[in-house]
Design a protein around this ligand. Sequence first.
Ligand code: LIP
Length: 293
Amino acid sequence: MTSSPGSSAEHRAELLALAGTAAELARSVGGVIRSLREAGVDVADTKTSANDVVTAADREAERLLTEGLRIARPDDGILGEEGASVEGSTGITWVVDPIDGTVNYLYGLPAYAVSVAATVLDDSPATAGAGNTADGRRAVAGAVYLPVTDELFTAWEGGGAELNGVPLAGPAEAPLGGALVGTGFGYTVERRTEQAEVVRQVIPRVRDIRRIGSAATDLCLLAAGRLDAYYERGLQPWDYAAGVLIAREAGAVVLGRDDASLPGDELLIAGTPVLARELQAAVAEAYAGLGGS
Ligand code: LIP
């Protein structure tokens, strides 16, 4: 990559090309998983708990993403949910989730997505809404494709976010009490029990809660203004890399648990600038009430 973000026409062209690669791969692999779904799905394996499943389609999709990236960008690194791990030499690492929303996919529910992000290392300290995340990276271009609705969300740093080529204006500011808030639950009993307690405390303070089942989709729905805000604990880089960039480029801010934390595994909170702060306070209060979390 050329040096500083947005500094030159060459840098912008590079980001645009990365976004193009992400979009092309997400869309083509999304078409494959949709066809595989029509042919039937079975659990191939489990991961962190019996409920954290992997299907043959997850593996095939990650194989296709890896193969496509090796052809398009042979010197870049790759990190994938199902184990893809390739060291690169260009400074770009692709963070991919072949199917985000695997449980939805298994049950034939529509909210699943292919998420592809080009990321760079960024260890700058926590700065509200700066784009760097707790895993030490920052997405600079990415795409999330929802095969069932044929919706392709794309973004590159400084270039705005688009849905099927149409610029996204992002969510409008809403008061916490009138906000439709997305969240999700992890797969372990301990994590989801804690999350249920937090949601019990948050739900009386918002319009309503949605558990859509795909973090990448949640962040894109926020970018499209179909959710007002989103929070979740326990996300992995492949769940949020592309979605965080898309949400930010649509005008949302993405926060961690507090000003000293970056968004990521511990907590990721997204929304319009005022609402995200209000939600951050409400969620932090709920977690603090659990004691020791
Ligand atoms: C899942 C999600 C879901 C979240 C889960 C999990 P998977 O990803 O995106 O919304 O709540 O914790 O990470 O397993 O479907 O790729």
